[in-house]
Design a protein. Structure first.
Ligand SMILES: *Cc1c(COP(=O)(O)O)cnc(C)c1O
Length: 390
């Protein structure tokens, strides 16, 4: 997809909040306070009853550091409202409890914590959750016929980078009266904005690209006023609020989001091309490679191909483990989206809990190494991979 709002996005990341500091700070400072003082009961009631938007109590999100962050995030994803949370999982939980109580259909591979919440925990509350592989999308109609009101998925998915067609799934779900929520963590709003493609809600682990420095844990949901309003009370009473310090740190990170992600896209593309030519690599999974099965779809629904790629080392899992351990610049760690490059072997970390057969069914091999490309010089990253593979 070609970007028609480049200037808007990069500018919004910096000037996206209308909150002005009383003392002239260019950005809203950290309001490290739990409560706010009112001159009169009438003023207090104006805020409580929603006649004026204002600071009130931090757990409600009514704190300028948090409100400024939410306004910026809503602008980046193109939604009317954004609510931030203490983690990505807190955002997912609030999403499912608000909009998934009549049943949830999950498509393709999702984050391990999300899988556990959907597969093992929500059913304990009587919430019916159903799963289909990305290749079984034709079953969506049948499952939505059973009353499910929420369709949830990730694209690109972890660790295969498999893509799902957001426009097509949204059309199918809407025809059955269901909402569509997309975990946009891997792409970030720089590379993909699901609301523009027909999704109703976007979820983020802000711990990853939005935070971008591996130094904060946070989450977010974005959508229209209509779908976001009922989420607010769930967040308030589940108590899953972000801390003001974290909100301020995340706002700071968003100001550089566009340049960070664009560089990560370019570096990942260069690494993917170099790895494709390497004799010890069996497969490279990256949406920016013309031979990748999702490449055409990526061009239709993404503005950039992302900073995540998966390489498959020839040989067995032990061979891939040795490569991961020989890397010097790529650090052996789960998580992603930071300025430092990371490597993980899915069969020993993110997908360790799945049986060998289940991993095979999902096309996840033991030789796979997932790379989160940081902001180091891409030539150094390619050299690092070459020495580890030698
Ligand atoms: C990390 C991650 C999550 C969970 O986020 P936390 O901030 O760790 O709670 C959810 N989805 C995806 C795709 C993730 O990578």
């Amino acid at each position: 997809m070609t970007e028609d709002s480049t200037f808007t996005l990069a500018t919004r990341a910096i000037h996206g909040s209308s909150h002005k500091d009383a003392h002239g700070s260019p950005h809203v400072p950290i309001y490290n306070t739990t409560t706010f003082v009112f001159p009169s009961t009438a003023n207090l009631l104006d805020v409580v009853d929603g006649r004026t938007l204002g600071a009130f109590y931090t757990r409600y999100g009514m704190n300028p550091s948090i409100l400024a962050l939410e306004e910026t995030l809503a602008g980046l994803e193109g939604g009317e409202r954004a609510w931030v949370f203490s983690s990505g999982m807190a955002a997912a939980a609030a999403l499912f409890l608000t909009h998934g109580r009549d049943g949830i259909v999950c498509i393709g591979d999702v984050y391990g914590g999300t899988m556990e919440l959907l597969g093992a925990q929500l059913p304990l509350l009587g919430i019916k959750t159903q799963f289909i592989l990305a290749s079984e999308q034709q079953r969506l109609d049948e499952l939505l016929g059973t009353g499910a009101r929420l369709v949830f998925f990730e694209t690109p998915a972890n660790p295969t980078l498999a893509l799902l067609d957001i426009r097509a799934i949204a059309r199918q779900a809407h025809a059955r009266g269901a909402l569509v929520a997309v975990d946009n963590t891997f792409a970030s709003p720089v590379n993909q904005r699901p609301l523009e493609l027909g999704a109703d809600l976007v979820m983020h682990s802000a711990t990853k690209y939005l935070g971008g420095h591996s130094d904060l844990t946070a989450g977010a949901l974005v959508g229209s006023k209509e779908v976001m309003t009922p989420v607010w009370n769930w967040r308030k009473n589940l108590g899953s609020m972000i801390a003001p310090e974290t909100a301020s740190l995340l706002s700071r990170s968003l100001r550089s989001l566009v340049v960070r992600v664009r560089q990560q896209n370019a570096s990942a593309q260069a690494i993917a091309e170099a790895m494709e030519r390497h004799p010890r690599i069996a497969r490279v999974l990256y949406p920016g490679l013309p031979g990748f099965p999702g490449h055409e779809l990526a061009k239709q629904q993404m503005y950039g191909f992302g900073g995540m790629l998966t390489i498959e080392v020839k040989g067995d899992g032990a061979a891939a483990t040795r490569v991961a351990e020989k890397l010097k610049v790529f650090a052996l760690a789960p998580s992603l989206g930071g300025v430092e490059s990371l490597v993980t072997q899915p069969c020993t970390t993110t997908h360790h809990g799945l049986s060998g057969e289940e991993r095979a069914r999902r096309d996840i091999s033991d030789g796979m190494l997932r790379l989160s490309v940081g902001l180091e010089n891409p030539a150094d990253l390619i050299d690092d991979l070459a020495q580890a593979l030698a």
